[in-house]
Ligand binder design. Structure first.
Ligand SMILES: [Zn+2]
Ligand SMILES: [Zn+2]
Length: 91
C-alpha cells in the first residue's frame, strides 16, 4: 500500500487553518487567520508533522514565536503544549 503523505498533510493543514491561530483561540478566545508554523526545537524540523497555526502577529510579529522564541514560550507555553490544545479545542 502506498502512503499519500501529501494528501494527509493537506488535510492536516486544512484542519489547522480552520481553527486559526491557536494562541488567539486559547488565550484570547477569538479566531485569527493563521500561517503554518512548524514546531522548532530538538528533533523537530520541516519533516515533522508537528505544526500549529499562528497568526502573523503570533508567528513573526512583535509577539511572534520567531521574533523571540523564549519570550513566546514564557507567555504562551511551550510549542508542544500549544500542539496539545488542538485535541482540547474541538469545535
Ligand atoms: Zn494569534
Ligand atoms: Zn514558523
Amino acid at each position: 500500500m502506498k502512503k499519500k503523505p501529501n494528501k494527509a498533510m493537506r488535510e492536516a493543514y486544512k484542519r489547522v487553518a480552520e481553527k486559526g491561530c491557536i494562541v488567539c483561540k486559547v488565550f484570547y478566545n477569538c479566531y485569527s487567520e493563521c500561517e503554518i508554523h512548524h514546531l522548532t526545537g530538538a528533533g523537530m524540523g520541516l519533516r515533522s508533522q508537528n505544526f500549529v497555526g499562528l497568526c502573523p502577529r503570533h508567528h513573526r510579529g512583535q509577539d511572534g514565536v520567531h521574533h523571540n522564541t523564549k519570550r513566546f514560550e514564557e507567555r504562551f507555553g511551550s510549542q508542544e503544549s500549544l500542539l496539545k490544545y488542538y485535541d482540547e479545542v474541538s469545535d
